[in-house]
Ligand binder design. Structure first.
Ligand SMILES: NC(=O)c1ccc[n+]([C@@H]2O[C@H](COP(=O)([O-])OP(=O)(O)OC[C@H]3O[C@@H](n4cnc5c(N)ncnc54)[C@H](OP(=O)(O)O)[C@@H]3O)[C@@H](O)[C@H]2O)c1
Length: 394
């Protein structure tokens, strides 16, 4: 019988998923962690007193994945590797008839652009095979989609405007470092901004639109408009939507470093030749920057990620703010990872838990807001990511 979960990826987020899955061992029964570098899996296996099995896998290789899945026979695979592996892991799940979950949208290594098209294309095939794929079960995407679904279900008849607000006020003490995979992070931040209004996407220069938001338990922070993947599915599933935007906070020092690195070409993702060796500048930069998984111990402060929605309820205008605050040091104490990994890993575990318990289970490929949000919202409160909701003046 197929049982348990196969987690692929032993980075910052993978570490949190493992710790939280072990805390919920009654649900998951059997946990296997596989990743490219076995020593990272061994380290985590030690930390959780041998309660997980481990394996080495190259998740870019579908045949290797298929072999591993056949050997482990899990109920589902949690893809906690990188967005580059989404399609190979989805394909391996299809071939073996095993459910799939991820936290980030597919991206091709050579093109800094992400969209759901290629993953949504698996919908029909997953339906025919009788398996489910849950896309984007992290915080944003993930919890932000569930927040929107919850607001739509309980607070509004129609939501007209959504702003997703992501603040990381953590300080790791380094002049420059990224909180998760530097390559993925810097590609995202240096890309053009995009938001959706009146039925069409509008593009802006990178970080060209700024506003100041007063984040509860943190304070006022510069927040910049960016494109973010959850908007692509939310525009399809939220009733009456007229505009959706995404803002993320950045400090002046981070932006100055990033602009400088960009100006000198260090964010380039094409190959260049140096002394007869072919290198990708962004890969060199990644090798020089602190490994995000080592930031946890040094990072102090909090994250606050939430959604502000405005719309109509019973014919009256209403504006509601729903958010979670997560403390870096508390996240580290519990899992050995800072809040950015924590806020992603906990929802990945919750998504998997709802699938294993047959609460969120439907054949095909789905985004988070397409399910009843209530169970997920309850789990957030008990698994370490409690949320608050408040009415705002219009
Ligand atoms: N939705 C959200 O809110 C959110 C937020 C943050 C991050 N994320 C996503 O979460 C995922 C994990 O992020 P992270 O910060 O944990 O990244 P990370 O620290 O770089 O970890 C990635 C892990 O995947 C492994 N991996 C990479 N390529 C592999 C391959 N071909 N085969 C097998 N394993 C491979 C890496 O192995 P090595 O140890 O050998 O390098 C590493 O252990 C990413 O997809 C990221 O985009 C989502």
């Amino acid at each position: 019988m197929r049982e348990g979960v196969l987690i692929i990826g032993a980075g910052g987020v993978g570490r949190v998923v493992v710790h939280k899955a072990v805390q919920n061992i009654d649900t998951f029964k059997k946990i296997t962690l596989a990743s490219r570098t076995l020593s990272r899996c061994e380290q985590l296996q030690k930390e959780v007193d041998g309660k997980i099995d481990i394996a080495q896998v190259d998740a870019d290789n579908v045949n290797e994945l298929v072999e591993l899945i056949k050997k482990v026979e899990p109920f589902m695979v949690l893809n906690i590797a990188l967005p580059y592996q989404d399609l190979t892991i989805m394909e391996a799940c299809l071939r073996t008839g095993v459910h799939y979950l991820d936290t980030a949208n597919y991206e091709h290594p050579d093109t800094a652009k992400f969209e759901y098209k290629l993953q949504w294309a698996y919908d029909e095939k997953y339906k025919q095979k009788g398996i489910m794929g849950l896309l984007g079960s992290g915080f944003d995407p993930g919890v932000t989609n569930v927040f929107c679904a919850y607001l739509q279900k309980h607070y509004f008849d129609e939501i007209h405007y959504i702003d997703i607000l992501d603040c990381n006020a953590g300080d790791h003490g380094y002049p420059f470092a990224t909180n998760f995979n530097p390559e993925i992070n810097l590609r995202e931040v240096s890309a053009k901004g995009r938001y959706w209004e009146d039925g069409e996407w509008k593009e802006t220069e990178p970080l060209a639109i700024k506003m100041v938001w007063d984040y509860p338990q943190i304070g006022k922070k510069d927040s910049y408009l960016m494109y973010h993947e959850e908007m692509e599915s939310l525009v399809k599933h939220i009733k009456g939507l007229k505009r959706i935007r995404f803002f993320m906070t950045f400090g002046e020092s981070y932006l100055t470093h990033m602009r400088c690195l960009e100006n000198v070409g260090m964010l380039r993702i094409d190959e260049i030749e140096v002394d007869g060796c072919k290198v990708v500048p962004l890969h060199v930069l990644k090798a020089l920057l602190p490994d995000p998984s080592t930031l946890g111990e040094r990072t102090k402060g909090k994250t606050n990620i939430g959604v502000v929605a405005e719309g109509l309820k019973d014919g009256k205008k209403r504006k509601v703010y729903i958010y979670n605050v997560c403390d870096h040091q508390e996240a580290f104490k519990e899992t050995g990872a800072q809040a950015v990994s924590y806020t992603t890993g906990v929802p990945a575990m919750i998504g998997a838990k709802l699938m294993v318990k047959n609460i969120w289970m439907r054949e095909g490929v789905w985004n988070m807001e397409q399910f009843d949000p209530d169970h997920f919202m309850e789990e957030l409160n008990t698994q370490g990511l409690p949320w608050k909701i408040k009415e705002l003046d219009i």
